[in-house]
Design a protein around this ligand. Sequence first.
Ligand code: 5AD
Ligand code: FES
Length: 345
Amino acid sequence: MTPAEKLIEKHRLTKEEYIALIGMAEDKDTRDLLRTEAVRLRQKYYGNKVFTRGLIEFTNYCKNNCYYCGIRRDNRNVSRYRLTKEEILTCCREGYRLGFRTFVLQGGEDPYFTDERTVEIIRAVKEAHSDCALTLSIGEKSYESYRRYREAGADRYLLRHETANEAHYGMLHPTSMSLAARKKCLYDLKALGYQVGAGFMVGSPGQTAETLADDLVFLGELQPQMVGIGPFLPHHETRFADKEAGSVELTLFLLSVIRILLPTVLLPATTALGTADPKGRERGILAGANVVMPNLSPLRNRKQYELYDNKICTGDEAAECCMCLAGRMKSVGYRLVEERGDALF
Ligand code: 5AD
Ligand code: FES
């Protein structure tokens, strides 16, 4: 049996088998086989529905210094902003009107947003939109902080693990950060009953078939409800400015693999994928993804939240983005739905 056939049958491979599978990523028959199975599984659980998440990038201040990231602390050439609670609520109101039933509050690790302030915002959003899910994406916090946010009403949490390989993690982050701390956060979040999202960049500097195999093994262990992956894209104000972007084809291949590994996973066709390829999000859906995350942030702040160069959709109102995405999904036979889109399990 080939690794691809075994993945389809068992939904799980060993590290060595994942390495062999990734070695076949350029083989057309393997790609087609996995994509067909990924689409079959997505169709079985979700039909042709695509869930939307309204992304609100509410602060680009960050105390961390991840080497790949455009808004890391030491980048002096980015103008910093924070949204007020009222501005966040305005974004949500507009998003609700446009049909969003999940809001994602994403930001750098900004000490201004103490637990008190964060809890106040969570309460306000959930009070205004009790039929919506609220997702946080604000980095590493203590168990106690996560507990307070959960109690205040947060439903989901996105925290990409970035790489499950210790040595590779060290190539992407300063020594103040560790893979162990990142994993602890993810397990804490699960224990607190959040729907949890992990994930990684495809083609980040230093990534190999082995580190990717570690990522897939880790996803199998963690069993997250969501997985975010997109190609690494260089940002000119980082040490990786001259590195090559990650491969769109490999990203699509891995989307199919992850759909088979975690059949009911909520899997976005990411903005990074749409940036790397004009048809990236459509192709992501056709590879097994079932979520898109358009931007609801105020237009004036869009360009300031540049994690990588040339990010798309920084010039369009949320309404235009929705129309555009709805058309794009329809063009490949899928439809955006006005639902919370919770994990099935
Ligand atoms: N290219 C692609 N993705 C990036 N991210 C951060 N910087 C980049 C980049 N240069 C991703 C990280 C992070 C998520 C919010 O965005 O995986 O977790
Ligand atoms: Fe924003 Fe298309 S999704 S312009």
